[in-house]
Design a protein around this ligand. Sequence first.
Ligand SMILES: Cc1cc2nc3c(=O)[nH]c(=O)nc-3n(C[C@H](O)[C@H](O)[C@H](O)COP(=O)(O)O)c2cc1C
Length: 189
Amino acid sequence: MFYIISGTNRPGSRSHEVAKLVKPLYEKNFAQVEIINLEALPLQELSGQSYGDGTKPAAVTEAIEKLNSAEGVLVICPEYNGSMPGALKYFIDFWSYPKTFEYRPVAFIGLGGQFGGLRPVEHLQQVFGYRNAFIFPNRVFLINVWNVLKDGKIHDDTVNELLTVQANNFAKFIKGLNDNKLSANFFNN
Ligand SMILES: Cc1cc2nc3c(=O)[nH]c(=O)nc-3n(C[C@H](O)[C@H](O)[C@H](O)COP(=O)(O)O)c2cc1C
């Protein structure tokens, strides 16, 4: 299963709209694709006792278990105050190391103002790089996302082309890793 994380819990978020728009691009390359929507996860029920093997809300445990066997993960991340939303980092902090991260293929789409979410994506690349994920180098940034995304559609041909190329090449990247038994699912399960 391939997972798309819509990286904020803000109701009505553009990240979730983008997740729904790119899902068909990944369905052309992967048999099953599912969106993990942070808005639908009860992150507020996590507590200090929830780290590591601590008790977590069932829906959060289930989402982490899905990621623990993901063929690949696409993170769609908006810029909040020069970085990723706290909700996304909070969710990530309950993942297991090495199982969720190590050798896991991961790609990123950023959303924001004039830098299109460059900063949060680079911060995520640091986090996932530190945790030994296989980071796909092609990133896509939705600059001034409020102009690009309107009425549930992306009105920029270049952005649509970049999203298609990213999806197809990320699938090739994952296939290359799998053909050589290098990706996470060959080690962790
Ligand atoms: C709390 C908050 C902080 C934001 N901070 C920034 C910022 O620092 N830089 C920026 O370019 N855009 C910023 N924005 C604009 C968002 O990146 C933009 O509205 C994006 O669509 C938000 O993603 P979402 O719709 O998925 O929540 C911020 C938006 C919110 C809600």
